[in-house]
Design a protein around this ligand. Structure first.
Ligand code: CAA
Length: 389
């Protein structure tokens, strides 16, 4: 087995780490406290190539591949998860979805702007009454010959306020159930598109999460992604890639908390020596480090499978399930290592603990990941698929 990273992957990892530590860290507490959208920071991320990592160079992307994207997500998530969730939705749901399944005209129209960060995209699947049960879409896209008329409300939309384009999942033919669903690109400035109030969230507080409403929005049929009725499969396929992005985010949160705890344990003295030299803290750090290494193997493996054109739904679900769980445990323990200092904003770990929670919820809850895994293993895929399945 080969566990090494290429020169290029190491370079991207370092570039993302330097950017996160030098450019994101200084203002992150202020942005989180005051729910300030990281507009400038996202612009810089676009300029550095972090917004189009899965987009081909033909459409202005950096074409770095999923593993490199995972490494960059991880470093950015050690510091600012309002930025990394935007990066994840932009890369793995919006850009990857358009690149893999949209028409040439749509690719040319949207990908260069999205890959450069000039335009932000959003993925509109969840609804007030359709979260985990994603086939129960109530938003409609009525077929009017050469165009659709879209009506409905989407909930919890990451990038909802700042997006220039939405991928909207909507029901066209309810008789066909999930096979009557379409995925349609809707410009944010189309008549009839409005957004709700920003959600006041526990974590990822400076990312713009809100409802998006569609009232009699007219969209040309050419904006549909893929064939008629492909929308639900599109959402499922794209979400499997998205889950690698969120697993990387969770891994980054865990890694960031661990690094802070490790540093503190070396500096802080109690009973005559650094607290890390006391077994109570040393063992905590040992457990944290082991969990992070295990999560890395799952996350990088899922990315590697995707990069190598192999089935990765199950691997992505396992990676997200495990990484988001250990992000909970590790951020909690990192606060414990810091004692009272961990409970205040200045030391960063309390923010990481608040950010960790959402990774067990969005892009498929932990329960949905277990459903995906259990259905896969019932088919006999007990181990991660490597070749034929
Ligand atoms: N790839 C391709 N097709 C797939 C698929 C996959 N990974 N998973 C399912 N499908 C297909 C099935 O083959 C089936 O199609 P056919 O009937 O034509 O064969 C169809 O989809 C329906 O599948 P199921 O019968 O399995 O549907 P279900 O209702 O039992 O369960 C589910 C599906 C896995 C629970 C799905 O609804 C799901 O993933 N729910 C969670 C939704 C989710 O992740 N939401 C996140 C919102 S986006 C977000 O959070 C972004 C953000 O802003 C951060």
């Amino acid at each position: 087995m080969e566990f090494g990273l290429t020169e290029e992957q190491l370079m991207i990892q370092k570039a993302a780490r330097d950017f996160a530590q030098n450019d994101l860290k200084p203002g992150v507490i202020d942005r989180d406290s005051h729910k300030k959208h990281p507009t400038e920071q996202l612009k810089m991320m676009g300029e550095l190539g972090f917004m189009g990592m899965l987009v081909s160079a033909d459409y202005g992307g950096t074409e770095m591949g999923t593993l490199a994207y995972t490494l960059a997500m991880e470093e950015i998530s050690k510091v600012d998860n309002s930025c990394s969730v935007c990066m994840s939705v932009q890369n793995s749901l919006v850009c990857a979805g358009i690149q893999a399944y949209a028409s040439e005209a749509l690719k040319q129209k949207y990908l260069p702007k999205l890959a450069s960060g000039e335009m932000i995209g959003a993925f509109c699947l969840s609804e007030p009454e359709a979260g985990s049960d994603a086939t129960s879409q109530r938003t409609t896209a009525e077929d009017k010959g050469d165009h659709y008329i879209i009506n409905g409300t989407k909930n919890w939309i990451t990038n909802g306020k700042h997006a220039g384009v939405y991928i909207v999942i909507a029901q066209t033919n309810p008789e066909l159930k999930h096979r009557g669903i379409n995925a349609i690109l809707v410009d944010a400035d189309a008549e009839g598109v409005t957004t709700g109030e920003l959600e006041d969230k526990l974590g990822i507080r400076s990312s713009d999460t809100c409802s998006v409403m569609f009232q009699d929005v007219k969209v040309p049929k050419t904006n549909r992604i893929g064939d008629e009725g492909f929308g639900f499969k599109f959402a499922m396929k794209v979400l499997s890639g998205g889950r690698i992005g969120i697993a990387s985010q969770a891994l980054g949160i865990a890694g960031g908390a661990y690094e802070l705890a490790d540093k503190y344990a070396k500096e802080r003295k109690a009973f005559g020596k650094p607290i890390g030299e006391h077994q109570a803290i040393g063992f905590k750090l040992a457990e944290m480090a082991t969990q992070i290494e295990a999560a890395k193997l799952l996350v990088y493996r899922a990315a590697w499978l995707k990069d190598n054109g192999m089935p990765y739904d199950q691997a992505a679900a396992m990676a997200k399930l495990y990484a988001s769980d250990i992000a909970q445990t590790i951020t909690n323990e990192a606060i414990q290592v810091h004692g009272g200092y961990g409970y205040v904003k200045e030391y960063h770990v309390e923010r990481l603990m608040r950010d960790a929670k959402i990774t067990q919820i969005y892009e498929g809850t932990s329960e949905i990941q277990k459903l995906v895994i259990s259905r896969n293993i019932r088919k006999g895929n007990l181990y991660l698929p490597v070749g034929e399945v």
